[in-house]
Design a protein around this ligand. Sequence first.
Ligand code: ADP
Ligand code: MG
Length: 325
Amino acid sequence: MAEKEVLIEVKDLKKYFKVGKNAVLKAVDGVNFKIYKGETLGLVGESGCGKTTCGKTVMGLYDATDGQVIFDGTDIHSLNKQEKKEFTKRAQIIFQDPYSSLDPRMTVADIIGEGIDIHGLYKGEERMAKIHELLELVGLNKEHALRFPHEFSGGQRQRIGIARALAIEPEFIVCDEPISALDVSIQAQVVNLLIELQQKKNLTYLFIAHDLSMVKHISDRVGVMYLGNMVEFADSDELYSNPLHPYTKALMSAIPIPDPDEEKLKRRIPIEGEIPSPINPKPGCRFAGRCKFATEQCFASTPALTEVKAEHFVACHRVHELENC
Ligand SMILES: Nc1ncnc2c1ncn2[C@@H]1O[C@H](COP(=O)(O)OP(=O)(O)O)[C@@H](O)[C@H]1O
Ligand SMILES: [Mg+2]
């Protein structure tokens, strides 16, 4: 197989927020991963674990507290204004909530055309033709161009959000929970549209979600985040058939199985307690307080993300002992 080309390399990325006088909220605390050209990297974890902050920092929407985001060979956090504008043409974001991410006073044409105008890509008739083409590409039609966002359903609004992201022909799109706010019946349609567009346009995705079943469907590889850290990272099939981190095992066990007989036989692994606060976090493994396998070592030192099997990385001191649990 040909060597895969790296599009983005995230190195020891940290994003801290100052909260109050002496408190630091460590939303993303030293994550490392690569995204290959043309792949979908899934990022999963409970709400509040730092997925959106990670996505926004990778996109350059937040400055990094530390670490690097190397996009096509250059650290995006070291770009000057002009270079940054060039970069924003190559990377786009689709947000979770299609209701609040579209300006209610703008027509669909102007929402989709905004990026085209900013980057001066097309004007006049050509611009409108491009907008019509984009609407059709995402499964809407050109009559929709002069309507306003409130005239559409949730799924249609997300399609408008996708058309807006595609308007400037980016290479990379952060999809931040693009289906979480949609009805279950609509979710698969939007995911299938994203897959279809990826193939047509050779796009690279960072797909953020807490719904593990949809992530498996769309992702080539998946990273599991817990409280600002990456705790496990592997090929999608490998991660789902052989989760190794106690947190990932618990998340997986919560996915419902469609077959009721199999569902009855399944062993659920409950996670005790609430996700702790990321403000001034304690040393040691962030999951230790909720992990029934935690030992003294887990509370004392943070485990590094280590390659346990080929291309399967886990951050757990006890991973070798737990492999068959
Ligand atoms: N702008 C901000 N200022 C302060 N804290 C923030 C900010 N954005 C996010 N956070 C905090 O960072 C943590 C991670 O949030 P977020 O990245 O939104 O998680 P997720 O997307 O996984 O739900 C949360 O504790 C959240 O409250
Ligand atoms: Mg989020």
